[in-house]
Design a protein around this ligand. Sequence first.
Ligand SMILES: [Zn+2]
Length: 387
Amino acid sequence: MRNLIALFACSFVMLSANASEPPAAKAASDAKKTAEAAAKLAAELSKPAKAIEKPAADKADKAEKAEKGAAAHAPLIEKPSIDKSLAEKPPKAVPSAATADRVAAAVSASEDEAQVDLSVKIAERLAEMRAKQAARAAAAAKARKAAEARRKKEAAIAAAPKISNHWDYDGEFGPDNWGKINPAWAQCGSGKRQSPIDIRDGMKVNLDEIDFDYRPASFSEIDNGHTVQVNVGAGNVMHVGGERYELQQFHFHRPSEEKVNGKGTEMVIHLVHRGPRGKLAVVAVLLERGKANEAIQLVWNNIPLEKGQLGTPDADLDPLELLPNRREYYTYMGSLTEPPCTENVLWIVLKQPMTASPAQMALFSRLYPLNARPLQDSGGRMVKESN
Ligand SMILES: [Zn+2]
């Protein structure tokens, strides 16, 4: 029994020591120590097991003897007055040596039982402690793994450019940062042919006349969070430079993005066309205060109540009403003036401004007081203008 207690104490000390070690050292020594402990326990448990076998056999033997003795003496107790000869031999007459044997056997049996019980309890306790230790080690390993994964993820996020589809006209998501917000918008920051530019020193030449083949068409419109955009039905076409461009949509900026000799206007309309091989051509119509514009009023009348909601008014819009009578223009190669700032866009800025009423101007300014990209470096780009 002492052996078992010593084993229990030893194992407990070992397990406690393991538990107090630093996680890394603990993990390294866990397997070895657990194996040693298991070997010791097996060795120790196998010894008492042998010892137990014998006493168990003795016990069975002795118990049998004790039973026989009891059976022999039973009639003495039950019928003392009937069997006279036996009555003369009271229980006291049982040899004292046999009693001592029985007592010794009983004591020995109970001690054996206690030893077996204790060894079982110790084994159970050790198993329980090992299970707890293994669970603690597993939990610690899991936590370390999770922390490492978290650290790696954070490092990756910090190293990678922040990708977003949100942009704005000021603050963190403003024009200075468009190129950094999304890799697909890199040209906004690094492009060499960006728009808008301050149009000046144009080369006066005989430019092609633009043939606007516009007509009333159905339309849909949306407040897309950056401007009010009108999508125009098919069939509105512009011919310039021998190529055909179809009007896709038009939208508004306040103030005008383009400047001519440093001077802008209160608003501008951009008419976006798609040409051969997806090439884009944008016609800019500058807007000044003056007479109300019917097409603009039709657009304002049908602005959807909710941002991002597409409205499909039951009416036709004539884009010709957005164009001035005179069609002289400036032209240069530039880009879209909002992300993704795609280059190779043909810009046509009509020289004659159109007008919108103060009320029409005021209405848009309530939605978008400022939605214009600042001027970009022209980088010595060629600007041509009509004679
Ligand atoms: Zn625009």
